[in-house]
Design a protein around this ligand. Structure first.
Ligand code: ZN
Length: 264
């Protein structure tokens, strides 16, 4: 069973093998996820992912996997969602320095391996920059784990037919929250979002060779109302969420084993 960083005493922490032990830092966000899913969707998914990872490691014959789970960082970089009610964002430099200072403390105690469990895509660019700095400045090995195996066939199979734009706040994320607690999702209020702002474009798209710093207002309902989500959450179910969480956790296990064995 994975141990939680905050639950160790000082004496127990002194006994931890700092060379080998991975510090897993789940990074979430507090931001709008459409009409139907809670503001803390990414945080809720992050906490669930840690539990599913724990199970997946045990099933892989690694019940004593050397990893400590750091407290979730519940607020991240959510600039693209700031205009929707309830979204909270740090500034990029604040977020960078928050994570940097945590890692400096961990390195000070001798930890060499820090793995960020990235449960909000908007956090990823800063963490990539930070990771290079940590490696070159502090000589520690920073790793990045993506929380959702969204391209895995078993995960893709959970998405309803025709729901081609599914990502932020869509069917998959909503399903994952439902797998944790169905009462947190108000599915009857859901509306689908598509990137209508780019509908007439072939090259300038939210992602790709020519892209834009998109904001979630670029995703609108068919009637043109900014909805801030990608995809149609109406087909979300708890069972789909369990499949996505379980598959995503299993996909990460081989990577975690390689991180454990990484000697740089
Ligand atoms: Zn999300």
């Amino acid at each position: 069973m994975l141990r939680k960083y905050r639950e160790l005493t000082r004496l127990e922490m002194e006994q931890v093998d700092k060379e080998q032990t991975i510090i897993l830092i789940p990074v979430g966000a507090l931001e709008q996820h459409g009409n139907q899913a809670p503001l803390g969707t990414d945080d809720i998914i992050a906490e669930a992912m840690v539990e599913y990872l724990d199970k997946a490691l045990e099933e892989a014959g690694e019940p004593d996997f050397p990893m400590l789970v750091f407290p979730l960082i519940p607020v991240g970089l959510s600039t693209e969602h700031r205009n929707f009610c309830g979204s909270v964002t740090l500034r990029p430099d604040t977020y960078y320095h928050l994570l940097y200072d945590i890692c400096v403390s961990l390195a000070h105690h001798g930890f060499k391996k820090i793995a960020f469990l990235i449960c909000h895509g908007g956090n990823a660019p800063i963490i990539q920059v930070l990771s290079r700095e940590l490696r070159s400045e502090l000589g520690i090995a920073p790793f990045m784990l993506s929380s959702g195996a969204f391209s895995h066939p078993d995960v893709k199979a959970t998405v309803s037919e025709g729901n081609i734009w599914d990502f932020h706040g869509g069917e998959m994320e909503t399903s994952m929250v439902m797998a944790v607690d169905e009462s947190l999702v108000k599915l009857e209020t859901s509306e689908a979002g598509i990137p209508t702002a780019f509908a007439d474009n072939h090259t300038l798209l939210p992602y790709g060779s020519v892209s834009i710093g998109w904001v979630s207002e670029d995703w609108k309902t068919a009637e043109g109302k900014p909805i801030g989500i990608g995809g149609d959450p109406s087909g979300a179910t708890a069972e789909k969420g369990r499949i996505i969480l379980e598959t995503s956790a299993k996909v990460l296990v081989p990577g975690l084993l390689e991180i454990r064995d990484w000697e740089g």
